[in-house]
Structures are given as structure tokens and as C-alpha cells.
Design a protein around this ligand. Structure first.
Ligand code: GAF
Length: 391
């Protein structure tokens, strides 16, 4: 795949590019907690976007998306949102670098990869982070990784219209091979947890339901959380986000809440607690407890946060029925995409067969499954030799 991207770059622009890779992510637990200043536990995976890029000495940037089979050209001194959906993730990043005072001169870009779009694996964050990393490298801006993460997040807010938290961009940039990373989304302190996967595999089951509701409902959930914080803040001035709230506080003032807002807040507070408990279990090598926390997370997302869908619920129910799976849950913003499953290696094939057949029978759709390997965050890459492993 890298080779195809580089060949296309040379064919279009007749020069040698720099190559960058930028991964998608999984999230083991801690969903919809990032924008509530809480905890998340993501990891970067071997579903990646590759970039071939070089300055072009012009006043435009030219981009070719391999996944869309389309090209576009933009004036570098007049960056604004475009009607071309995929280009907005790039434009947003250029705009953020410019806002921060960096001179981005014209460049050529070919990019593409194997992060399934709309599957909840953060293809958009991978694109944003990859371009931010690449431009920072070729123009030697010297921007710190964390600042690149924040710019990529802002690009998503301003050019894709989703008020996302920081998790996806953070995971794409700060991923570490064979580790999950617990991030405190308030202090931005983070800690790596070794994922001992000798006996297990992380399996993603892709419903192939595209989350069309996701961005509007996502922004609504954020709003509901803010409404909940306003209720609590009147009684507990120290509560400035749901991170500061407890279940006792919520219960005490239950009658002042809109019932829907109450459910949303209950979920977020419980999920934050679960991330802490799950990390302790991981440290103790207690994968059984870890898996139970994942099931509890899904339950909250399904019933209290209401961001699941019948296909995701079905897959989690199927997972619960077999000893092959320690824990499973929907992942990401919701309304479609993938479930994440911790599966016993010795029962892996059996699990994939069983769940695939059940999904086919119930929804008449062939289930796609991916084994997620945990990789490092965005970095420079080299062109692979022909016939070497293609992701
Ligand atoms: C999406 C967002 F981009 C993340 O910031 C996060 O809120 C996630 O949904 C839900 O946990 O992936």
C-alpha cells in the first residue's frame, strides 16, 4: 500500500516524497468521557493512513486521495472549508498551523490507507494527525506532539463540525506498540499499560452500519452533559465538569434534572470510575475483571447514554454467550461502527465463525472482523520492498 501511494505521488508530481504513517485507534474503555475531562484507555492500531508529501514551490497545495480516487487543489493563502468532504480534514490542519503563526508554503500530497471509514476507528483523526506530523516535519516547525494533537482536534471542530474530545488524535500521535495509554483528559497526564496479549487477541467486529446520526447526536450528548454540570455546579461549586461529579451528588439532586440528562450524567460518572477500575485490573493481570468492565460499559452506552444501535447490541449479546470472549463493547462515538472484543486466542477461529454466522443470519450482512495489533503513533515511514507485508 505504501508503494502504491509513493508511485502515485511520483506519477502525479514527478518528485521524491517524504513518507509518513498515522494510525487509527481502538478504545478499550472510557467512551464519551474525554470531553467530560475524564479518563480514556485507547491504543493505536495497525489500520493506518500513509502520506507521501513534499513542498512544491507553488502557492497551492495539491492533494490526491487514493481512497476516493479524487484530486483537489487549494490556494495556500486562502484556506477555508470546502465542499469536498475529505479535503476538509486536510484544510483544517493547514488552517490551524497558519493560525499558530507557521508559514505553510505550497505542497503536494498523496494519501490513503486501510482504516475503514465510518467504522469508529478514527480515520479522520489519523488523517489530521498524519498531515500535522508531516507538515511539521517537512517545514521543521518544531511543534511539540501535544500541540499537534490539539491542532488536529481543532481541525475536526472547525472543519468537520464535530466537537470531538481529544482521545482519537491523542491515540493516533501517542500510541505505543503493545501498550494501551490511559489519558487523564483534564491534566493531559498519561500512562502506558502493557497489554499482555499472549493469550488473547483484540478483535473488532464491524457492523458496517455507517454512523450517519453520529455527529449531530454527538454534539447533543455534549450539550446534555454541560446541562448536567450546570445543575450540579449550583450545589457543588467545585464541579466544573462531570469528571468532578459523583453518583451520590447526582442522586441527591435527581429531581432537579431532566430525566434524560440524569441518565447521561450517570453513565459518564460510572464510566470514569470503570476506567480506573479496569486499569487496576489490567495492572493485576486480571483480564476477567477487565472484560466485565467492558460489558458494563456497553450496557451504559446502550441504556443510559443511548448511542448504540441494534447491530452493536446484537454483537455484544453474541459475545456474552461464548467463553471465547472476556469482554466486548461498542466503541467510539456510536450509532454503528465496530465492537471491540477481547478474545481467547485458542478460541479465535471458532469465535469469528460463530459470530459471523449469527450476524449473517440476523441482518443478512457478512460481518467483517479485524484483528487489531497495537502499534506506535504517527511517525516517518519508509517505502517497503515489493512483496513485503502490506497492511
Ligand atoms: C469520537 C470522538 F472523536 C472522541 O473524542 C470520543 O469522544 C469518542 O467519540 C467517544 O468516546 O470518537
Amino acid at each position: 500500500m505504501i508503494n502504491d501511494i509513493v508511485s502515485k505521488f511520483k506519477e502525479l508530481y514527478s518528485q521524491e516524497p517524504v513518507i509518513v504513517r498515522s494510525p487509527g485507534r481502538v478504545n478499550l474503555i472510557g467512551e464519551h468521557t474525554d470531553y467530560n475531562n475524564g479518563f480514556v484507555l485507547p491504543a493505536a492500531i495497525n489500520k493506518e493512513i500513509y502520506f507521501a508529501i513534499a513542498p512544491n514551490g507553488r502557492d497551492t497545495f495539491r492533494a490526491f486521495s487514493c481512497d476516493m480516487g479524487e484530486s483537489a487543489e487549494f490556494n495556500i493563502s486562502n484556506i477555508k472549508p470546502s465542499d469536498i468532504g475529505w479535503a476538509n480534514y486536510l484544510l483544517g490542519v493547514v488552517a490551524q498551523l497558519q493560525k499558530a503563526g507557521h508559514t505553510v508554503s505550497g505542497f503536494d500530497l498523496v494519501f490513503g490507507g486501510n482504516v475503514p471509514i465510518g467504522a469508529g476507528l478514527s480515520s479522520s483523526a489519523a488523517v489530521e494527525c498524519g498531515l500535522a506530523f508531516a507538515l511539521n516535519h517537512i517545514y521543521e516547525f518544531g511543534v511539540e506532539r501535544f500541540d499537534l494533537v490539539k491542532m488536529a482536534q481543532k481541525a475536526e471542530h472547525e472543519y468537520a463540525g464535530v466537537r470531538c474530545g481529544i482521545m482519537d488524535q491523542f491515540a493516533s500521535m501517542f500510541g505505543k506498540k503493545n501498550h494501551a495509554v490511559k489519558l487523564d483528559c483534564r491534566s493531559l497526564e498519561y500512562e502506558y499499560y502493557n497489554l499482555d496479549m499472549a493469550d488473547y487477541r483484540i478483535v473488532l467486529c464491524d457492523t458496517q452500519v455507517k454512523h450517519s446520526l453520529a455527529s449531530s447526536e454527538y454534539n447533543t450528548r455534549r450539550q446534555e452533559c454541560e446541562t448536567g454540570v450546570a445543575v450540579l455546579h449550583k450545589h457543588f461549586p467545585q464541579v466544573t465538569s462531570l469528571r468532578d461529579a459523583t453518583l451520590e451528588m447526582l442522586e441527591k439532586h435527581r429531581n432537579e434534572f431532566d430525566p434524560v440528562v440524569f441518565k447521561r450524567c450517570t453513565y459518564v460518572v460510572s464510566e470514569n470510575n470503570r476506567v480506573e477500575e479496569a486499569c487496576k485490573a489490567l495492572e493485576a493481570g486480571d483480564m476477567k475483571t477487565f472484560g466485565e468492565k467492558m460489558y458494563a460499559s456497553h450496557n451504559g452506552l446502550q441504556h443510559n447514554y443511548e448511542v448504540s444501535c441494534p447491530e452493536l447490541d446484537f454483537l455484544v449479546e453474541q459475545a456474552k454467550k461464548t467463553e471465547a470472549v472476556l469482554g466486548a463493547r461498542m466503541m467510539g462515538g456510536g450509532f454503528g461502527g465496530c465492537t471491540i472484543n477481547i478474545v481467547r486466542l485458542d478460541m479465535l477461529d471458532e469465535f469469528k465463525k460463530q459470530i459471523g454466522e449469527a450476524y449473517q443470519q440476523r441482518f443478512d450482512v457478512q460481518l467483517k472482523t479485524y484483528i487489531a495489533e497495537i502499534v506506535d503513533g504517527s511517525s516517518l515511514a519508509t517505502q517497503l520492498e515489493p512483496n513485503s507485508i502490506n497492511y
